[in-house]
Design a protein around this ligand. Structure first.
Ligand SMILES: Cc1cc2nc3c(=O)[nH]c(=O)nc-3n(C[C@H](O)[C@H](O)[C@H](O)COP(=O)(O)OP(=O)(O)OC[C@H]3O[C@@H](n4cnc5c(N)ncnc54)[C@H](O)[C@@H]3O)c2cc1C
Length: 452
């Protein structure tokens, strides 16, 4: 949470304004960067990158490369994660310094729409006045309490990242208020590292935001890694390292040295003075309009604290919009087409609506599905399974969603996202000349099927 510009600050205690001013530090995220760099996207992706390399090493013989050893050294992995986080956090700190942003590290509380108090880590407080304020307080974990399961066995994703040893067994809870599905990544990560993993999802679908037709492909991927899947699941309780789970097929007692939650995050709206500033909270998140304005003039909110997609991609975009509008410009968020990629093997990714969701909102929907086993690049790279599905408005050709289980889902979604943001139709995408061989060819192929 910070005032919209250094010029707006008129602290009651004098403090430095020069660009790159020294920080007062003791924050868990020193550098001005938040959860993504320190506790979620980056550490998770660093761990997943190592796991992917190790899994690819097991497949090297398949593509004609002989090697020895594919074990993961957890200590080396932890050191790499820490050093990557340090490098990226340093990059954010440098960018802030370069932009002349003064960083006050501590807890900020709004007293009114234009005044806040920052309790610095050294115990001092600084009062700051601002013409406009952007609240970007993120989200907090909602750790479940499960009868009979000791609290120290229930680990949030950030605690999993810090483990010294791989737990023999893990029950991963695939539920959370947001459509984020990071539980799938953590089930995959732990299984690939050697845990016996059970994934318990509350509904019939693994990932509600993913097109239902691709659900089985995700389930097959999880089965490849020996992950036991319980649908329609609810943890009834546990004893020691066992948990009892009721699920669509009955009741199961599963090994659970640890219970892992990766998606249970809710906007951090408490204790930051929102009521004093007249900022309305709706459904647990700060209510904002498409320009990130809250109900209180001069106060803006962006990122997880405003709910919605709860992804860094969305937070960065909304932050840009909030900053622009707070500084007197005009801008609107476009959060309908935020890509989401799970770094499993193969990757799982989606942007926009799946077929069922599209049929609820559009009159006439057309879909095309391409088997990625027919894609030369996927085959050359050793990928064997995968599907890409494009959902479009049959009348206008507007692309409503692209959903992928397969290699380079991130590459495909980058192109799909660009097309959707630019409001290209399936006919426009069908006319793209993609590199050959590339995964993008399959997107163009699906668009051609729809444009016929
Ligand atoms: C396991 C996991 C993996 C994820 N992986 C990805 C991914 O690969 N890609 C992706 O796009 N998203 C990912 N996300 C989501 C992503 O982490 C969040 O959406 C993103 O960090 C939100 O950014 P933000 O700026 O809104 O909040 P944050 O990054 O949480 O920043 C909020 C900051 O505000 C601080 N703060 C809170 N209250 C106060 C206060 N009163 N005073 C001062 N400071 C305060 C917090 O300490 C924090 O540093 C992942 C999430 C999880 C849980």
């Amino acid at each position: 949470m910070w005032p919209s510009s250094a010029e707006d600050q008129r602290g009651t205690r004098p403090h430095s304004r020069r660009p790159g001013a020294a920080r007062r530090s003791c924050s868990p995220s020193p550098s001005g960067s938040g959860t993504c760099v320190h506790w979620s996207c980056i550490p998770t992706n660093v761990l997943l990158a190592s796991v992917h390399t190790s899994l690819e090493a097991r497949e090297l013989a398949f593509v004609g490369v002989l090697t020895a050893g594919d074990d993961v050294d957890l200590r080396a992995l932890r050191d790499r994660r820490k050093s990557m986080v340090r490098v990226l956090a340093g990059g954010v700190a440098a960018a802030l310094r370069h932009a002349g942003v003064e960083v006050l590290e501590g807890r900020a509380t709004l007293g009114s729409p234009s005044a806040l108090t920052v309790g610095l880590c050294d115990g001092e407080t600084v009062d700051v006045e601002a013409r406009s304020v952007v609240v970007a307080a993120g989200a907090r974990w909602l750790t479940p309490s499960l009868p009979g399961i000791a609290a120290d066995r229930i680990l949030t994703a950030d605690l999993v990242q810090a483990l010294d040893t791989v737990p023999a067994s893990a029950l991963v809870l695939g539920d959370g208020p947001a459509d984020t599905a990071f539980a799938i990544e953590y089930a995959f990560l732990l299984a690939a590292l050697g845990s016996a993993v059970t994934l318990a999802v509350p509904g019939e679908l693994l990932i509600p935001a993913l097109d239902a037709e691709l659900d089985e492909a995700v389930a097959a991927m999880l089965a490849t890694f020996g992950i036991e899947l319980l649908r329609g699941a609810e943890v009834l309780g546990g004893q020691g390292a066992k948990a009892t789970v009721s699920h669509a097929g009955g009741e199961a007692v599963v090994a659970a040295d640890v219970v892992v939650v990766a998606d249970r995050r809710v906007p951090s709206v408490d204790g930051i003075g929102l009521a004093a500033a007249g900022v309305e909270v709706a459904g647990g998140a700060i209510a904002v309009d498409s320009s990130c304005r809250t109900s209180s003039p001069g106060v803006f909110a962006a990122g997880d604290v405003a709910g919605g997609a709860m992804l860094t991609a969305a937070a960065l975009h909304a932050g840009d919009v909030a900053g622009t509008v707070a500084a007197g410009g005009s801008a609107r968020t476009r959060l309908e087409a935020v890509p989401h990629v799970l770094h499993t093997l193969p990757l799982v990714g989606w942007i926009g609506q799946g077929e069922d969701a599209a049929r609820r909102s559009a009159a006439d929907v057309a879909v095309a599905i391409v088997d990625l086993a027919t894609n030369a690049r996927a085959v050359a790279a050793g990928g064997r399974d995968g599907y890409l599905k494009v959902v479009a408005d049959a009348a206008t050709g507007e692309i409503l969603g692209v959903h992928v289980v397969g290699p380079a889902a991130d590459e495909i979604l980058a192109v799909a996202g660009t097309a959707m943001q630019a409001e290209l139709t399936v006919a426009d995408v069908a006319a793209i000349v993609p590199w050959h061989p590339s995964l993008t060819e399959s997107l163009v192929q699906a668009a051609r099927l729809l444009a016929q």
